[in-house]
Design a protein around this ligand. Sequence first.
Ligand SMILES: Cc1ncc(COP(=O)(O)O)c(C=O)c1O
Length: 499
Amino acid sequence: MRQWPKEGVPLLFEQGAPGRGSRFVEDAGRPEDFLDPALLRRRLPLPDLAEPEVARHFTRLSQRNFSVDGNFYPLGSCTMKYNPKLNEAAAAYEGFTELHPFAPDAGAQGALHLLWDMQRWLSELFGMAEFSLMPAAGAHGEITAMLMAKKYFAQIGQPERHVCLVPDTAHGTNPASAAMVGYRVVAIPSTRRGRTDVGALRARLDGATAVCMMTNPNTLGLFEDDIVDITRAVHDAGGLMYYDGANANAIVGLTRPGDMGFDLLHLNLHKTFSVPHGGGGPGSGPVGASERLARYLPQPLVTRRGDGGFALEWDRPDSIGPVRAFWSHFLAIVRAYAYIIVHGVEGLQANSRLAVLNANYVRARLKGVLSVPYEDLCRHEFVCSAEDLKRATGVRALDLAKGLLDAGIHAPTMYWPHVVPECLMIEPTETETKETLDEFVRVLSSLVARAREDPSALAALPLHTPVRRVDEAQAGRLANKGIGLRWEPPAADASPNGT
Ligand SMILES: Cc1ncc(COP(=O)(O)O)c(C=O)c1O
């Protein structure tokens, strides 16, 4: 039996042997017979593999991965909650999977009904006038909303507004999205309480202000308790408020960005509404808009006709236009739809409360193990800092993260937000049991204790993961030069099977 090397699994190109597989493909004729040869300029030395080799290869790779189904995954700001299998059953329904992207509205009424419901439900849950389900993920939602803001200011005759205010705790995609539409990004500092400094924000407001992008709860897991003052001040200055809804898992059913005064927002259905993400599937980043901005939403929207039927509405003259082909990531939306139906409003509220309770439970238990820089109760996530530990022992947040991986626990988000040195951002989510949370605290506490006894022991971790510590300096250098990830056949034998 093949012995798998400790580090790395052979590529499919390094497996197989001539004549092993693909018989039925060959019988179907050579590709040249039914494809335009001009399209076949790239000739790849494809490996000849039997089906079990392929199945085992991919199964083995999947087993080397961390996943929410296999491991606790407290990756802050990413909301790695469990994805109910019922969602998958809904998404596998053949009325959805077999639906042709060019199906006329009359032949897709069920799917359009679902999209229309979703537009209405999200509008209701988040206090918006209308939603577009087209953006493909969170960052795509952000740029969609920034384009809407730009068009709005152009139409009301204020194209000179070009500044986007972003708190210094913001996710990197916020300033990036603003910069991509040509806005100048101005960072707003946080206070010692981990909230946006309202005085500093007010001082930056003027006739150039276009948008203020905020996450609430912010990325320190803290609710911005001055949010109503902030939205009022920005509106008084003629600007718009944008809500980064990636952190909505703390608020669904409990409070609404629309009621806080936000004009635009994106959601991450793949986080809050339990759609597999990361390596697990495509995301979905719907954008909501208040009454005065709804007309700029991407087209098409789904509308309900007078006769009760549903249609894609293309005739929206002020829309920024399409941002994605066909119906975007339709099956991701179906999964989120299933999640909402199964839970109902009370279930969604209960999940938000439990997410907050779990985060506060872990936070309280970790006090005294690591430093917890903000005193207030957190929402769905919190940050702690390994700065004191590093000063005393040299052991860093990164070392603790590697130790957690060794114990079968995914590392928290590290070194972000930048305002907290040696930061670990922990988001347990509502789906974890008390036993899992206790085990996490136990493992992290024992790593910290070990660091104090024998700091060098942590530098050697992880010992049991398929890939040990990567050389980050080397990775950084390669990234600067452009990482070469292309497979090359071994020099002696130009193709793996001699073909
Ligand atoms: C606060 C915040 N905003 C925006 C995003 C971007 O979302 P996406 O990864 O779906 O593009 C993320 C993703 O991690 C996030 O945590």
